[in-house]
Design a protein around this ligand. Structure first.
Ligand SMILES: Nc1ncnc2c1ncn2[C@@H]1O[C@H](COP(=O)(O)OP(=O)(O)OP(=O)(O)O)[C@@H](O)[C@H]1O
Ligand SMILES: [Mg+2]
Length: 271
């Protein structure tokens, strides 16, 4: 079961859009069994999948606290094989509730470890836009990262911050998830966007996706209707890009796993 976090501490970088739509493509067209785990109090992953999350109970908070089983919390969606673990404002009290617990940064990892091992092929975490206890949990539960970078002048900052968080985690625990895919998002042809792309290509030649998600009103519209882009505008440029990105993620699976095994072997040899 791949565990992939869509994360960037900057807000509005298309984390939710990529998580939900790439998940939908992989479930519907590539027949993967996908679980989207919403970890944002905004509940946008649920909303983007047409689920009314306001006042919903139980939610991901109950899953994290171990007071609800996956069967109780997970909901199916209109997309075949795509399930959702929903979030809403309830999640806001999570940091306070677990503050006295020593394992407060491990709650998500523990809960995911306890999922039935053969139920899903991929778990996709939609992370919140902040450095918080929830983000810490996501970084510890994920094995891979998809890092969406909005091509604005702050794009490289967002990248640098997440790389620092990963380096810190690696120093603290001896392991951290690998960056499988860096996705250039909200691309519009400007000199600045092209310069940022050139810098990204230079700094992250392996992880940088071949496909960019361009700015497209259809993507925004789909989200506001609670539909995936493949239902709302299947022949739009946004749909083509999101499908291609999902396939890139799938294609990179063996490489990421091989690297992980290699690292483990390396660590074993050193130990
Ligand atoms: N390719 C696109 N073209 C135009 N608008 C887009 C595109 N992708 C996403 N959007 C819109 O941009 C906004 C932010 O996208 P999204 O919610 O995916 O970002 P996010 O990183 O999850 O945000 P947050 O940090 O608040 O969680 C949304 O309104 C979304 O519909
Ligand atoms: Mg979001």
């Amino acid at each position: 079961m791949r565990r992939i976090a869509f994360i960037n501490e900057k807000g509005g970088t298309c984390k939710t859009t990529l998580c939900v739509n790439m998940g939908a493509w992989l479930a519907r067209r590539r027949e993967k069994r996908v679980l989207v785990v919403d970890l944002d109090t905004q509940g946008h992953a649920g909303k983007a999948l047409g689920v009314d999350v306001r006042g919903l109970t139980p939610t991901v908070k109950d899953f994290l606290l171990g007071v609800a089983t996956p069967e109780e919390v997970v909901r199916s969606t209109a997309v075949p094989r795509l399930d959702l673990l929903p979030a809403n404002k309830d999640l806001a009290s999570f940091p306070v509730e677990v503050a006295p617990h020593q394992d407060r940064t491990e709650k998500l990892r523990t809960a995911i470890d306890a999922l039935p091992p053969d139920r899903w092929d991929m778990v996709l975490f939609d992370a919140p836009p902040s450095i918080s206890l929830v983000t810490e949990n996501v970084l510890r539960a994920a094995r891979e990262i998809v890092l969406p970078v909005a091509l604005t002048y702050l794009a490289l900052d967002g990248c640098a911050e997440i790389m620092q968080s990963l380096a810190r985690l690696r120093a603290e625990r001896g392991e951290a998830p690998g960056v499988t895919l860096i996705v250039p998002a909200l691309y519009r042809k400007t000199q600045l966007a092209d310069e940022i792309m050139a810098r990204l290509r230079e700094r992250f030649p392996d992880a940088l996706a071949r496909t960019m998600l361009g700015w497209s009103v259809k993507v925004d519209e789909a989200q506001s209707h609670g539909l995936t882009i493949f239902e709302h505008a299947p022949s739009s440029s946004g749909a083509h890009a999101l499908a291609a990105l999902a396939d890139e993620l799938l294609e990179r699976a063996p490489a990421a796993e091989a690297k992980e095994e290699g690292q483990e072997q390396g660590a074993a040899a050193e130990g």
